[in-house]
Design a protein around this ligand. Sequence first.
Ligand SMILES: NC(=O)c1ccc[n+]([C@@H]2O[C@H](COP(=O)([O-])OP(=O)(O)OC[C@H]3O[C@@H](n4cnc5c(N)ncnc54)[C@H](OP(=O)(O)O)[C@@H]3O)[C@@H](O)[C@H]2O)c1
Length: 280
Amino acid sequence: MATVSRSIGGLAVSAIGLGEWPLSDTGRPGRSAAIATIRAALEAGVTLIDTADAYCTDHTEFGHGEELVAEAVGGRDDVLVASKAGCTRQHGSWGLDGSPEYLRRACDASLRRLGVEAIGLYQLHAPDPSVPLSESAGALGELMDAGKIRMVGMSNVDTSQIREANEALGGRLASVQNEFSPRVRTSLPELELCERLGIAFLPYSPLGGVGAANRLGGAFAEVGERHGVSPQQVCLAWELALSPVVIPIPGSRRPSTIRDSAAAMRLRLSEEDLNTLDKE
Ligand SMILES: NC(=O)c1ccc[n+]([C@@H]2O[C@H](COP(=O)([O-])OP(=O)(O)OC[C@H]3O[C@@H](n4cnc5c(N)ncnc54)[C@H](OP(=O)(O)O)[C@@H]3O)[C@@H](O)[C@H]2O)c1
């Protein structure tokens, strides 16, 4: 099926990506079912897969998500694999380490797991309050200069952090990944700043998150009925309509849900649809 493209740092990627997290953390499907879900995404025209070294159940299997993606993607060079560093999973709990030494080590480990010479998009998972953001971003900039990363992104950042990171990177910040969905719209100022700066904005948990995605109803269901599509597809198309820099990355545990989500690339909402959704 035809892929509708958007851009990250000048590189064309599908307008809908796949968020890999639910395939690696608690409640995940078996390995072959997880691989089948990623391959279903690729077959549906998805060319952006978002993962992280911390997508696993605990430190004993750190990097689970990256290894899974590497196996499923199989070295295809038309697919942008986006990973992240800066979060730890000691005994399953989430921690932060944004120190340059940690990020350099994490990058080498991710390169090995992904089996690539350079990581397509490498994102700081979240700022570490004990490390100046300019130092974390600067370390990622140096990794880019060394050819280990092609593009740098930031996640869980506010508008001043976006400006600070972009400055530390000499204006080369390619993407911002923040939570954004009909339920959680607090990152609208960050989305608008990204549009002004020409930075891709990747809404995470774009359907409201695992456990909430199937509760999308109301106006999303009403517009879905008009088009004969799911409320989730309408939700993703609504996010795409907010700005040309938006690239949602819905998570999936099953081929059928990512196939349905990927079709949102081609769903065009009318003014009437958008007015209906505005009232939600
Ligand atoms: N940077 C960060 O700090 C951060 C934090 C959270 C998430 N993320 C990223 O964002 C990605 C997406 O977020 P998320 O997984 O938390 O939440 P989400 O995408 O809002 O929701 C995922 C859930 O939506 C369901 N779903 C997906 N497409 C559907 C469809 N078309 N119809 C019905 N249900 C559908 C999936 O169901 P099934 O499981 O049944 O397939 C899955 O359980 C993550 O995978 C991760 O890559 C990043």
